[in-house]
Each structure stands twice: as structure tokens, then as C-alpha cells.
Write a protein that binds this ligand. Structure first.
Ligand code: ATP
Ligand code: MG
Length: 192
């Protein structure tokens, strides 16, 4: 019998990564006794085609900085793939790289509610177990797939949108994002 590794997958734009992402990943890591959580910054997110998303290399490096010193890793599968990111492709690529593995795809309440609009929902369910986490301001409503695990986590009312808006307005984001990420944003004058 092969022991399959249990790996969480935290997909996101991470523009920038903030403590809400890290607490979500860590809660799932702890409660589901995972071996690792892989953060996967998106290429060009199809849900966000309406706004300019920061260069993937900046988002990748901020995600590396934000996860340094944690049991979490960062994957380039989505930023390497041409075209918009679909979760089903992410999970297939991660299986190719990591098999034999059990994947646990982590989403906040807002993203989970829209899951029925994702490409190949049936395939998704066979590629990963879905884990929904609570998020302030978003109801975990009726759209949650019956097979998903739902975890209540400490409420951090932080979003990347809020961090970008604060930087643009000259307000601090220290303690909302990891220290190295705040420094990186200052160094490259992002979000001004
Ligand atoms: P944006 O405001 O740009 O949409 P965001 O803060 O929602 O950014 P994303 O990169 O879109 O961050 O989210 C990645 C994943 O993390 C999603 O599944 C999202 O639901 C989840 N998430 C983000 N912030 C939180 C939070 N504060 N608590 C719980 N889950 C969160
Ligand atoms: Mg979001």
C-alpha cells in the first residue's frame, strides 16, 4: 500500500497575499492534518478580466515571501500555463507533478458559492476534495457542494482589494500582510 500525501491547494490571485489567506491555509492544514499546502498564484484570472492584475512575477514573489518560514510552498503551474486559469487545469497539473497524492482544494466562502460556474465541475470533484472556509461578509450559502468540507475559521476581514486601496490612499498595510510583502510593495512601488 502506498501512503498518499495529503496536500492542500490554495489558489488565488494573491495581489497581494495577506493574512486572511495564510490563516485560511493554516486552519485547513491543521484541521485536516495535511502534509503541505501549495499556494498557486493564478495566471490571468478569468473572473477578474475587468481589472488589470499585477504582473504574475510580482505576485509569485510576494507569495514566496509571504509563505517563507511556513510549511507552505508556491507552485508556478498556473503562471506557466498560457491563457486564463481554470481550476481543473491547476489540479490536473498538480496531480501530474505530485501523484500519488490526495488534493484538498481550499476556497473562501465567496469563491465556493460560485463553484457551479467553474469549468468541468464533475472532473473537479474527482481531482480534489473541496474545502470551504468561512469569510467575513460572505454567506456560505446553498451553492456549497454536498461533498465539500466546510470549516469555520477565525474571521479576518482583509481582502487584497482592501490592501491595494489602502496603499493607493497612502494608508499602511503592516500587520495585514506579512512584513516581507509590505516591504516588497514599497520597494517596487506597487498599487500606487
Ligand atoms: P481580491 O480582493 O483581489 O479578490 P482576495 O482577498 O479575495 O482578493 P483572492 O486571491 O481573490 O484574495 O482569494 C484567494 C482565495 O482566498 C479565495 O478562495 C478567497 O475566498 C480566499 N480568501 C481571501 N481572503 C480571505 C479571508 N480574509 N478569509 C478567508 N478566505 C479568504
Ligand atoms: Mg477575491
Amino acid at each position: 500500500m502506498t501512503l498518499r500525501r495529503r496536500v492542500g491547494v490554495m489558489g488565488g490571485t494573491f495581489d497581494p497575499i495577506h493574512l486572511g489567506h495564510l490563516v485560511a491555509a493554516n486552519e485547513v492544514y491543521y484541521h485536516l492534518a495535511l502534509d503541505e499546502v501549495v499556494f498557486v498564484p493564478t495566471g490571468q484570472p478569468w473572473q477578474k478580466a475587468d481589472r488589470a492584475v499585477t504582473d504574475p512575477e510580482h505576485r509569485y514573489r510576494m507569495t514566496l515571501l509571504g509563505t517563507a518560514g511556513s510549511p507552505f510552498t508556491v507552485s508556478r503551474v498556473d503562471i506557466q500555463r498560457a491563457g486564463p486559469t481554470f481550476t481543473v487545469d491547476t489540479l490536473r497539473d498538480l496531480h501530474s507533478a505530485l501523484d500519488p497524492v490526495d488534493l484538498f482544494f481550499i476556497t473562501g466562502a465567496d469563491a465556493l458559492a460560485g463553484m457551479h460556474t467553474w469549468r468541468e465541475p464533475e472532473a473537479l470533484r474527482s481531482l480534489a476534495h473541496m474545502v470551504g472556509v468561512t469569510r467575513p461578509g460572505h454567506e456560505l450559502g446553498g451553492d456549497v457542494p454536498a461533498s465539500a468540507t466546510v470549516l469555520e475559521i477565525p474571521a479576518l476581514e482583509i481582502s487584497s482589494t482592501m490592501c491595494r486601496e489602502r496603499v493607493a490612499a497612502g494608508r499602511p498595510i503592516d500587520y495585514l500582510v506579512p512584513a516581507g510583502v509590505a516591504e516588497y510593495i514599497r520597494k517596487y512601488a506597487l498599487y500606487l
